[in-house]
Design a protein. Structure first.
Length: 133
């Protein structure tokens, strides 16, 4: 079964670049143009296996807000936060969450996505991961 990833990124070219890379790696990708758009997608029927979200975006909902809403809807949802400003991360990283600083490579996002998705939520050996690419 193909794993479904919600990618939330307000920068058009970055959003398409990440989506293309994840699609090539075999993921099903849903794109949101900003946090407000993502909240609408999260509220719809269906499910996501992973959230990748930029933190600082225009609109009412930033990546912290999106991640909080997604985790309330989807229990044990892993989240990858991306930002050029690490100080913008307000949410505490859970056991299956990660942070990647911009600029980053698409490969680093895909590798961390696979690692988070392949790890069981109750695996005590897994710790949250910070990746600087």
């Amino acid at each position: 079964m193909t794993q479904r990833i919600l990618v939330v990124e307000d920068e058009y070219l970055i959003r398409l670049w990440i989506a293309e890379f994840l699609l090539e790696d075999g993921f099903d990708v849903v794109l949101a143009t900003n946090g407000d758009h993502a909240l609408g997608l999260i509220a719809q029927p269906g499910t996501f296996d992973l959230l990748i979200t930029d933190i600082a975006m225009p609109g009412l909902a930033d990546g912290n807000t999106v991640a909080t809403a997604a985790k309330q809807r989807y229990q044990n949802l892993p989240v990858i936060y991306v930002s050029g400003r690490p100080d913008s991360l307000k949410n505490q990283l859970g056991a299956r969450d990660g942070f990647i600083a911009k600029p980053y490579s698409a490969a680093s996002v895909s590798t961390l996505a696979r690692r988070l998705l392949d790890t069981r939520a109750d695996d005590p050996a897994f710790r949250s991961t910070c990746v600087a690419a």
